[in-house]
Design a protein around this ligand. Structure first.
Ligand SMILES: [Zn+2]
Ligand SMILES: [Zn+2]
Length: 108
C-alpha cells in the first residue's frame, strides 16, 4: 500500500519498527510515509476521545491505539477490505473439480 498522500511506495523494511504509520482517513486504512508524517495538515481521522491519529480500521470498526476507544465506522459505507475480492469461487468450478476427480479416480 503506497502513502495515501504522496503515493510513495514503502521501501524494503529496515530492521526494527517501520517508520511508516498506519492511520485512518475517511474511515479507510491508509499508510503515511515518514516524509508526510512531518506535515501538519494531514487530512486524517482522529480519535474522538483523545485526538490521536493512531487509529486502525477493521471490519466496520475504528479502534484508537492510544486510548483503546472503539467506534463503529459510518453506516452505509461499502465495506471494501483488501483481499476480500476475487475469493469467491467461480460458478461451475466445483463441478469441474468433481469431474476431474472422477477421471482421476476412475469413477463415472
Ligand atoms: Zn507520503
Ligand atoms: Zn483515543
Amino acid at each position: 500500500m503506497p502513502c495515501y498522500r504522496c503515493g510513495a511506495r514503502q521501501t524494503d523494511p529496515v530492521r526494527g519498527a517501520s517508520p511508516w504509520k498506519r492511520a485512518v482517513r475517511r474511515e479507510a486504512q491508509v499508510l503515511v510515509c515518514p516524509d508526510c508524517q512531518r506535515v501538519h495538515d494531514l487530512d486524517l481521522d482522529t480519535c474522538a476521545s483523545c485526538g490521536s491519529i493512531a487509529l486502525i480500521c477493521r471490519l466496520g470498526e475504528i479502534e484508537c491505539r492510544s486510548c483503546g476507544e472503539v467506534r463503529l465506522a459510518r453506516a452505509g459505507e461499502p465495506l471494501v477490505t483488501a483481499g476480500s475480492q476475487g475469493s469467491a469461487p467461480m460458478p461451475g468450478l466445483a463441478a469441474e473439480v468433481e469431474a476431474a476427480l472422477d477421471r482421476v479416480l476412475g469413477r463415472s
